[in-house]
Write a protein that binds this ligand. Structure first.
Ligand code: FAD
Length: 416
């Protein structure tokens, strides 16, 4: 082949990138392209994304290449560049959301060869099918069994040389407006993954639910933008079954979304819920002002860090849907706006799991936030860290806010 465009999206890396590796092997000229589409809401993630792109550009330049950046509609811009350069093909990593599906469909109708590659998950969505029939797994445990046995493709080395055409304008990359709580990009991701696996993986099985201990990897924003290959990470962490199982949950929700792309809008398993419309309670929840310390701590961690511990996500989500009886879509939207790792499959899949409309085999599971607080934040440390008004309170009051004679400062009494 003469010229191939590699269209990046949420696969912002050079290691183990099947589309990029294949283009570099097969084409005389390769054009790595990212199109910034400002009409797609990026929420809190914009700055992180721009850092990922700057790092990708540096990594491509270190291999004699370039990252070409354009602005506008992805398909229009990719085709404009293809016409200008006479590119014969567009290579991209396959993705599962409704938006990605539409983009993929539009590109496949254009007069250019369009090829999709794996890389977004450990096992490509749609590969594993339950023996009893159906196009995807609806329950996690059998999926985990099949996933663990499934033969994996080999991890690919980054290309040594990316032969980009010399006479093409690279395009300006905006600089992030503010510093991010976590540095974006493949280089930071690989450093963090290596260090975390070496230092903390052995303690993950026992510690990952300890809210104050913060023993999880915090690799989710990097996985979200594809700065890390999930396959490579699963191999690097192969000794830590509990951690690898979490990567399998990620694959699981991706294969559900592949089969049910409306997952962020429509109940996967409708159960006839009648949700309450309560804007005041919803606003209190969003602001971390419900008067329930463990819920407020999680919600404030989200607002300040753009990230929240998984156990806290479960607690605040269950509080919204099971106790306030507010529609999971309102919660998912708020998470999606604020999470650096906010992605459709994981976010909506987990929200539907908590709401009982998703893949939980026990949809009516009870979830008591105070019991959760006592178990996973026994000394109240996580609450004190994120709700400064409560920093001087004894743990009994943190766990039993109703007992407080008067809440300190502007901290509210429990709204329910
Ligand atoms: C209501 C709710 C909403 C969520 N929204 C998102 C989201 O938008 N994006 C997102 O990446 N995760 C989401 N999760 C899953 C999980 O909370 C985060 O992936 C995890 O907290 C990220 O932190 P970590 O990287 O330290 O995780 P670790 O414990 O170190 O796990 C490693 C990786 O495994 C994957 N993973 C872990 N737990 C889950 C899970 N339950 N479902 C799917 N993948 C998982 C993530 O990619 C994570 O980075 C949500 C969970 C809940 C309950």
């Amino acid at each position: 082949m003469d010229t191939v465009i590699v269209l990046f999206n949420r696969d912002l890396r050079v290691h183990d990138h099947p589309a990029l590796a294949s283009a570099c092997e097969r084409a005389r000229a390769v054009i790595p392209l990212f199109v910034l589409d400002e009409t797609v809401p990026a929420g809190r993630r914009r700055g992180f994304l721009l850092q990922c792109l700057a790092d990708l550009r540096a990594n491509l330049r270190a291999r004699d290449g370039e990252l070409f950046v354009r602005r506008g509609d992805v398909v229009t811009e990719a085709m404009r560049l293809a016409c200008r350069t006479g590119a014969e093909a567009i290579f991209a990593s396959a993705d599962v959301t409704l938006l990605a599906g539409r983009r993929q469909q539009r590109l496949s109708r254009e007069r250019i060869a369009y090829q999709l590659f794996p890389g977004a998950t450990v096992v490509p969505p749609g590969t594993l099918k339950p023996s009893g029939g159906g196009d995807h797994y609806r329950v996690f445990t059998p999926y985990w069994r099949a996933w663990s046995r499934h033969e994996r493709r080999s991890v690919l080395a980054p290309p040594r040389h990316v032969p980009t055409p010399p006479d093409l304008a690279a395009g300006r990359l905006p600089t992030p407006a503010r510093p991010e709580p976590m540095p974006g990009g493949e280089s930071a991701a690989r450093d963090r993954a290596r260090q975390w696996i070496h230092r903390a993986l052995p303690g993950y099985a026992d510690g990952h639910d300890d809210l104050a201990g913060d023993h999880t990897s915090r690799l989710s924003p990097y996985l979200r933008f594809g700065c890390l290959s999930p396959l490579e990470l699963a191999l690097l962490a192969a000794g830590g079954q509990d951690f690898v199982r979490q990567l399998c949950w990620r694959d699981f929700y991706h294969q559900v979304t592949h089969a049910f792309p409306a997952i962020n809008r429509t109940d996967y398993r409708p159960r006839g819920h009648r949700w309450r419309d309560d804007e005041t309670a919803l606003q209190a929840w969003r602001a971390g002002m419900t008067g329930l310390p463990i819920v407020d701590a999680g919600m404030r961690q989200l607002l300040t860090e753009g990230w929240m511990h998984n156990r806290a996500r479960l607690i605040v989500a269950a509080y919204l849907v099971k106790l306030l009886k507010i529609d999971w879509r309102a919660g998912a939207r708020h998470f999606f706006d604020h999470l650096l790792d906010g992605d459709v499959a994981n976010n909506s899949g987990n929200w539907q799991w908590v709401a009982g409309t998703g893949n939980d085999t026990r949809p009516n599971r009870a979830f008591n936030p105070l019991r959760q607080a006592k178990r996973f934040d026994p000394a109240g440390e996580y609450v004190r860290r994120h709700v400064p008004e409560l920093a001087d309170l004894p743990t009994t009051h943190i766990h039993q806010p109703w007992r407080l004679p008067a809440p300190p400062g502007d901290y509210p009494r429990p709204i329910i």
